[in-house]
Design a protein around this ligand. Structure first.
Ligand code: ASP
Ligand code: MG
Length: 468
């Protein structure tokens, strides 16, 4: 089971988490992964930024906020974990002071520091549970998840991780002790601390589930499951009863906030099913993520993403082949660890464009300019164009494969709202149609597609027939 930031957000929420764990623990061994208390990772990162800028006052204010947030939770729980909390806070203070002195945030120290959010929450929960008669032990993810050295966005090395998990966690599980593992962090084989990317606790949980050959993974959040659209944008959304790994991964990748995009990969080989459930309404069924459907179900959900930038590139003349230009551009982006959300190219002029996250824009442009400096200097390549006034809409569903007319309906619905389509991408897997529109029209387009494809109704009737 994995509990997210809001599910760990206060003493009251931790009590609920403990109850949920205890109920399941009566039936079978449970291993737990926790996020930091909500907003704590943001606060830790901000503190380090203030430290880098030499702003001692801001650092002190943030440290005080951090300390009172956790002290408050401890005060409301019977067995205070306060000594351990103090010592973790000191550990963070020590790193923040180092950053203040250096005027620099070395990536490795950042990873070590921000994982303290999870170490705080796991320690508070484990102490509370043990005192309430459910033996539990706080475990540092750095001791069980082995990763590469890509600080801030590390990837697991599964064989080494498996060995460590089995050695560290199986004895607990056999002895009826619940390991409360920190999400989000790991360490390289030689012990340097890493993190798995923002929102990475989901990923930690799936890594552990695979490494421990879990029967199931339950991800506890603050929403009822995976929905047909963002309920803040669309009125008649419905919770999807079941989605496939591929659908859930596409939804996460294209902006649905419910799962970290990399979560499902470790589970696919062993076909470990995942439940996305609401810790604020644990009796609700949630969404089950499964390997495949016997019957395809058409379009399932529509997502959107607004913090994106569209980069367009084009050779200036025939001296530079478009293919070579694409290769150079992609190579540059890969080296800079920039993820491409959408990529499309057109024929004769060999121009192409791709969509990335806004947070990656500076790194992407620097990498492109470095890798293509000669071509740019010689005028073989037109100046790189950047458009930040765009948003991505994605329609996802395995059953769209081989269904004629669906793309047509989606485009018609969007154009009926007088929204212009800037770029389109649909891969041959036909799992997702990605559509780039002007940012101020994004919500309108999402509503139009949700309505046209009757996503809310389809999900609901699916649920009704499954219940009857
Ligand atoms: N606490 C981390 C974050 O906020 C990881 C997580 O919550 O999944 O990014
Ligand atoms: Mg989270």
């Amino acid at each position: 089971m994995k509990f997210g930031g809001t599910s760990m957000g206060s003493a009251a929420r931790m009590k609920v988490a403990a109850e949920i764990i205890a109920a399941e623990q009566k039936k079978r061994p449970v291993a737990v992964v926790v996020s930091a208390m909500s907003k704590v990772t943001d606060l830790l990162l901000e503190t380090l930024k203030h430290a880098e800028l030499g702003d001692r006052t801001a650092v002190d204010t943030a440290l005080a906020a951090l300390s009172s947030r956790h002290a408050e939770a401890c005060a409301e729980l019977p067995a205070a974990a306060m000594p351990e909390v103090e010592s973790l806070l000191n550990e963070f203070r020590r790193i923040a002071n180092g950053v203040l002195m250096l005027g620099e945030r070395p990536p490795r120290s950042v990873d070590e520091a921000i994982a303290i959010g999870e170490r705080l929450s796991s320690s508070i929960l484990a102490t509370y549970m043990t005192a309430s008669g459910i033996p539990a032990r706080a475990v540092n993810g750095a001791d069980v998840i082995v990763t590469d050295a890509v600080f801030g966005n590390a990837s697991p090395q599964m064989d080494a991780t498996r060995a460590k998990c089995q050695q560290e966690l199986l004895p607990d599980l056999h002895a009826g002790v619940v390991p409360i593992v920190t999400g989000f962090n790991g360490a390289t084989a030689d012990g340097r601390p890493t993190t798995l990317g923002r929102g990475g606790s989901d990923f930690s949980a799936s890594i552990l589930a695979a490494a421990l050959d879990a029967q199931e993974l339950w991800i506890w959040t603050d929403v009822d499951g995976i929905m047909t659209a963002d309920p803040r944008l669309v009125k008649d959304v419905a919770v999807l009863e079941e989605v496939t790994y591929a659908e859930a991964a596409e939804l996460a990748y294209n902006g649905a906030k419910v799962l970290h995009p990399r979560t499902l990969a470790p589970l696919v080989a062993k076909q470990i099913p995942v439940w996305s459930k609401n810790s604020f309404a644990p009796h609700k069924p949630g969404t089950k993520i499964v390997s495949h459907f016997d019957e395809p179900k058409g379009a399932r959900a529509v997502t959107s993403m607004s913090n994106v930038a569209l980069i367009s590139m084009e050779p200036a003349n025939a001296l530079l082949s478009g293919t070579r230009l694409m290769a150079r551009a992609l190579d540059a982006l890969a080296l800079a660890n920039v993820e491409i959300l959408v990529f499309t190219s057109s024929s004769y002029r060999q121009s192409f464009c791709f969509l990335i996250r806004k947070q990656d824009l500076t790194a992407a442009l620097e990498a492109l300019e470095a890798n293509l400096s000669i071509e740019l200097a010689h005028g073989y390549l037109k100046p790189v164009e950047v458009d930040e006034n765009v948003g991505l809409l994605a329609v996802v569903g395995e059953g769209m494969r081989g269904t004629p007319g669906l793309a047509g309906r989606v485009f018609t619905a969007i154009s009926r709202e007088r929204v212009n389509i800037i770029a389109i991408a649909q891969g041959s897997s036909e799992l997702t149609i990605g559509i780039i529109v002007r940012l101020d029209k994004l919500d309108l387009a999402v509503r139009a597609v949700h309505e046209e494809c009757q996503l809310g109704k389809l999900a609901q009737t699916g649920q009704l027939s499954a219940q009857s």
